[in-house]
Design a protein around this ligand. Structure first.
Ligand code: NAD
Ligand code: UDP
Length: 350
């Protein structure tokens, strides 16, 4: 099904998940920056299974080769270590530009590098899209709305961001990346898509990256206290990874070039969310006959600065223009996540 496979035996291909056989005219050459990260690796899986040719660019800052290692050696797949702040040349039809650390501890670790990644990385990838005439999709974020004064957040809202705070390297980085994206659209006719992603969780999330879902699940599984920052009244709305991937692919292949929120409208206070995670971890442990010596406690620590107080997406635009809406409830997704980390723990990898 691929000209190169003439030299590759069936035995070689059979060690990979089965990919769809696409006619050459339907098969796209797709570049995924940040493809070794949490979201990127799930996107790569889906694009590979759909039968496309996928090239991953990643500097492995927060991602890891192991997230995509199951595709290494497949004739449709290529993994390249590259930092997007440096230009890169390749022929391609679509670019999913994800490269950027996403969890607060990681993006604050080197704030200047985060801003460089967002600005120069996006500039380089837009330049590539312009030269190759590839369609360009950027994974922006609900953080462009900052600590929002409008609730739920629609795409029309311009946001409320502290430009000099600890989160600014990420928030302002993504805002300028969006500005660049629409600059290239207006000036150079680049075909662009902008996904504003709300909090997403699922398997392959780095268990130590400091985000709330991984922190809570890992602590509860290990029988350690779960730490809620502040009084726990701040809210977030959590989306399961498979819904996000559906949304990203639908957006890329749609005619919608305005920003589109992709998220789940199920809003929780972080305090309530801690209780829900603990309940689901206990349920899974009970089903598996795991004995607990005590109940995990929920403790409090000071709130980090500029932590948004409320967040929930208005996803009407995604529903109308992409016919997309989330299908995974938080309970369903959390149970998958708990089982994933539990298996890692049992293998001694957590
Ligand atoms: P992640 O940290 O798991 O993945 C980011 C990937 O980008 C990693 O593989 C990392 O090594 C790579 N990377 C970082 N800087 C790079 C650079 N300079 N050059 C090349 N590669 C680089 O994070 P994620 O959760 O998978 O997020 C992916 C994208 O989605 C990011 O753009 C993020 O801003 C966006 N997003 C994610 C969420 C979420 O909840 N997961 C929410 C909003 C937006
Ligand atoms: N949070 C928490 N305990 C943790 C990690 C995070 O209470 O162990 C809080 C954090 O202060 C924020 C919310 O959970 O209010 C979501 O945090 P996360 O870092 O996952 O995402 P973001 O703040 O970027 O939405």
């Amino acid at each position: 099904y691929h000209p190169d496979t003439k030299t590759i035996s069936y035995t070689t291909l059979s060690r990979f998940p089965p990919v769809t056989l696409l006619a050459p005219s339907e098969r796209k050459r797709i570049l995924v920056t940040g493809g070794a990260g949490f979201v990127g690796s799930h996107l790569v899986d889906r694009l590979m299974l759909l039968g496309h040719e996928v090239t991953v660019l990643d500097n492995f800052f927060t991602g890891s080769k192991t997230t995509v290692s199951h595709w290494v050696g497949h004739p449709n797949f290529e993994l390249i270590r590259h930092d997007v702040v440096e230009p890169f040349m390749i022929e391609c039809d679509q670019i999913y530009h994800l490269a950027c650390p996403a969890s607060p501890p990681h993006y604050q670790f080197n704030a200047v590098k985060t801003i460089k990644t967002s600005f120069m990385g996006t500039l380089n990838m837009l330049g590539l899209a312009k030269r190759t005439k590839a369609r360009f999709l950027i994974t922006s974020t609900s953080e462009v709305y900052g600590d929002p004064e409008v609730h739920p957040q629609t795409e029309e809202y311009w946001g409320h961001v502290n430009p000099i705070g600890l989160r600014a390297c990420y928030d302002e980085g993504k805002r300028v990346a969006e500005t660049l994206t629409y600059g290239f659209q207006r000036q150079d006719g680049v075909d662009v898509r902008v996904a504003r992603i709300f909090n997403t969780y699922g398997p392959r999330m780095n268990p130590f990256d400091g985000r709330v879902v991984s922190n809570f699940v890992v602590s509860a599984l290990k029988g350690e206290d779960m730490t809620v920052y502040g009084d726990g009244k701040q809210t977030r709305s959590f989306q399961y990874i498979h819904d996000l991937i559906d949304g990203l692919i639908a957006l890329m292949n749609s005619d919608e070039s305005r920003p589109v929120n992709i998220g789940n409208g199920d809003e929780f206070t972080i305090g309530d969310f801690a209780h829900l995670v603990r309940e689901i971890v206990e349920k899974v442990q009970d089903e598996d006959g795991v004995k607990r010596t005590r109940q995990v406690q929920i403790v409090h620590e000071p709130m980090p600065s500029d932590d948004p107080q409320r967040r929930r997406p208005d996803t009407s635009r995604a529903k109308e223009t992409l016919q997309w809406q989330p299908r995974w409830t938080v309970r369903m997704g959390l149970e998958e996540m708990v089982r994933y980390y539990k298996a890692k723990m049992e293998e001694g990898n957590l």
